[in-house]
Design a protein around this ligand. Structure first.
Ligand code: CDT
Length: 312
């Protein structure tokens, strides 16, 4: 349905990818969802973070074992090539997350944007890595992103894609307002993101409803405050026994959810005909950055990282 300012957009929520699942089986699920997305009119399908594997940072292991089992040494590679081949055959672009091992020995939590000719046109490496680097056996599960990954070194770039400007972020990035603003300042009208969010925080108590709430709060606020579309694809259900929140969604520039996954176990594709003209009004008035931002008062945001100490 491409016209100057429109895009058929699909978000592919995944059910669990268990440690015992075969790579080939997971790839078949991704292919099935890519075909469904195309069948429903999508020009772009957004898949989750670390979509080819289980969310392995919940396990303590040597880096070498993690690399051998879960990282991709090249993209594409023979294991994932069928997804690229199918995208080219169908004429659909996609966004997907994976664990990247670079030829010179670096490790990132990465997402790529692939066009309908199966060319990688954009790459993002996760900046906000949550969790810890040390083993915490007292926790119900680990969150070892700080052990397995380096902080992304590519920044929050944006790309011209299908008659609009798009950007990417990954999971925990969506909770930080700076993520969207840096891309909004570049004129991004769509931010794509994948996530793996457990229903239960592993380190401190939260009311059980809050993980879903905070997820939606973050993506809706990011969309609204930057007058952009946000497409968020997660995993849902019990992955290796740890429940993931789901709630994959497409959010409009006014902050409203226009499509949301309803399932709690299975793979599920949601779709919306996105009109980028809906960014225009808010960008001209409420969130006209050029007119209303006051950078002279924002210095602390880049000068200081942590919060000031509490007065005794
Ligand atoms: N993958 C990822 O970034 N997950 C985190 C979970 C934090 S709770 C341990 C998230 O922000 O959703």
């Amino acid at each position: 349905m491409t016209s100057a300012r429109k895009m058929g957009l699909a978000v592919a929520q995944m059910g669990p990818v268990n440690s015992t699942d075969s790579r080939a089986g997971t790839l078949k699920r991704l292919l099935d969802m890519l075909r469904e997305a195309k069948g429903r009119g999508a020009e772009l399908a957004v898949f989750p973070e670390l979509a080819f594997t289980t969310f392995f940072p919940r396990y303590w292991m040597d880096q070498s074992e993690a690399v051998a089992r879960y990282f991709e040494a090249a993209m594409p590679n023979p294991d994932v090539q069928p997804l690229f081949d199918e995208a080219r055959k169908l004429g659909i672009g996609f966004h997907i997350g994976y664990a990247e091992a670079t030829p010179d020995g670096h490790f990132f939590n990465t997402a790529i944007l692939v066009d309908k000719h199966a060319h990688i046109v954009g790459k993002y490496r996760k900046v906000h890595l949550p969790g810890h680097a040390d083993h915490r056996p007292s926790y119900p599960f680990q969150h070892l992103e700080k052990k397995y990954f380096e902080v992304g070194d590519l920044g929050f770039k944006t790309w011209d894609f299908l008659n609009t400007r798009v950007g990417m972020c990954i999971c925990n990035d969506r909770r930080w307002p700076e993520t969207y603003r840096v891309m909004g300042l570049q004129g991004a009208e769509l931010v794509m993101l994948g996530y793996n969010t457990p229903s239960r925080n592993n380190s401190y108590h939260e009311a059980p409803h809050l993980p879903d709430f905070h997820h939606l709060l973050s993506i809706q606020a990011g969309a609204y405050q930057n007058a952009m579309w946000v497409a968020a694809a997660g995993k849902v259900g019990y992955e290796d026994g740890i429940h993931m929140i789901g709630g994959s969604a497409i959010v409009a520039p006014d902050g409203e959810i226009v499509a949301k996954a309803a399932g709690d176990t299975d793979d599920e594709v949601i779709f919306f005909n996105v009109d980028f003209a809906r960014c225009d009004g808010p960008r001209e008035y409420m969130f006209n950055f050029a007119k209303h931002r006051r950078t002279e008062h924002y210095g602390l945001i880049v000068e200081q990282t942590g919060m000031a100490e509490r007065i005794a």
